[in-house]
Design a protein around this ligand. Structure first.
Ligand code: SF4
Length: 348
């Protein structure tokens, strides 16, 4: 932000849990911090009751003051469009199935996904989980014990994916204890963490966590969720480079969002900025059709055109795969460019 509402210097940066507590939860406060007049947004602010607002201050620092169309603000500010209903949109677009153990999904043969922690540091308005009481979810000792037994009974599983909500809402001690348990299972070779938290609070990437992952016997993969180049701050870039040097594999998945990143400049800048921070673009997701988020949708034709343009503008390793999640499908569906067959199931 050019006119910062956050007068603490980088050197005095509080730790990530303090940052969590300091997050903006009232749209009026966020708007004022950005030099925008809340009375001009009264119809929008009401959408907060559909899904609460939560925006950490380091993320706000990356926004442009005075710009109500800022691509970062647009992702987190409640808008009146959320009251619109659109055909094909539902409160549970992916119809997530109950897994073999509570909090565990086993959709893919060699991987299990563990819902470690319900809440998130930021509430993204387009989130497919916006209608779930995710904040209440935790992963109990009993669930862990059941999970370990399930993995032992299924020797084809070689990777654990920590998800949520946001698994990095769990503190380092809890993560350490959990990883120790998984390390006792010889069949497991990889640990993957899916998180948006470091993007909105870079100090979440603590040295302790970096050491924990780099010294683990697992190959560790951190999959970030960045949608726009402006989200990648200097602090985040510096820290991610350190993590990369420590041997942690860094990938990114984005969501293609109307008014945020649905143009070729935004998408190429995002890939370049990610690579500068040692992160490889992995997926570009089409929006999950969740009620209240239809204003973020980008049509498949436009998505395919943008993707094709990316292949002209960028080296292949900086072009993410364009995909969509479909309820009931065992894998993501790749959205192929015009002129080829219909969407093809890709084991991704
Ligand atoms: S961080 Fe991810 S899970 Fe959390 S609200 Fe945003 S999109 Fe949803």
């Amino acid at each position: 932000m050019s006119e910062s509402a956050y007068p603490i210097s980088l050197n005095d940066r509080p730790d990530w849990q303090f940052e969590l507590k300091q997050a903006y939860t009232r749209p009026e406060d966020l708007l004022r911090a950005l030099g925008l007049e809340p009375s001009l947004f009264l119809g929008d602010i009401k959408a907060r009751k559909l899904f609460s607002m939560r925006v950490p201050r380091p993320f706000v620092e990356q926004m442009k003051a005075g710009d109500s169309n800022d691509p970062l603000l647009r992702q987190v500010l409640p808008l009146r469009n959320e009251f619109d209903s659109a055909p094909g949109y539902s409160t549970d677009p992916l119809q997530e199935q109950q897994g073999p153990v509570e909090g565990l999904l086993h959709k893919y043969k060699s991987r299990v996904l563990l819902i470690l922690q319900g809440g998130c540091a930021v509430n993204c308005r387009y989130c497919f989980r916006r209608h779930f009481p995710y904040d209440e979810l935790t992963f109990s000792k009993r669930q862990l014990s059941d999970t370990l037994n399930y993995i032992k009974d299924n020797p084809e599983i070689n990777e654990v994916i920590l998800s949520g909500g946001d698994p990095l809402m769990a503190n380092d001690k809890r993560l350490k204890d959990l990883i120790k348990e998984f390390e006792l299972l010889p069949q497991l070779i990889r640990l993957r963490i899916h998180s948006r938290l470091p993007v909105v609070i870079p100090s979440r990437l603590t040295s302790e966590l970096k050491d924990l992952l780099s010294k683990s016997r697992f190959k560790s993969v951190l999959v970030l969720h960045v949608n726009h180049a402006n989200e990648v701050s200097e602090t985040l870039t510096r820290t991610l480079k350190e993590w990369h040097h420590a041997g942690i594999h860094l990938l990114n998945q984005s969501v293609l969002l109307n008014g945020v990143n649905d143009n070729i400049e935004a998408l190429t800048q995002l890939s370049e900025k990610l690579f500068d921070a040692s992160v490889l673009p992995y997926y570009l997701h089409q929006l999950d059709k969740v009620e209240g988020a239809s204003h973020f949708a980008v049509g498949d034709d436009k998505a395919q055109t943008l993707w094709q343009q990316m292949t002209y503008e960028l080296p292949g390793f900086l072009v993410p795969r364009l995909v969509r999640e479909q309820a009931g499908e065992l894998s993501k569906t790749a959205i192929m460019p015009d002129g080829t067959n219909e969407s093809t199931k890709d084991k991704l």
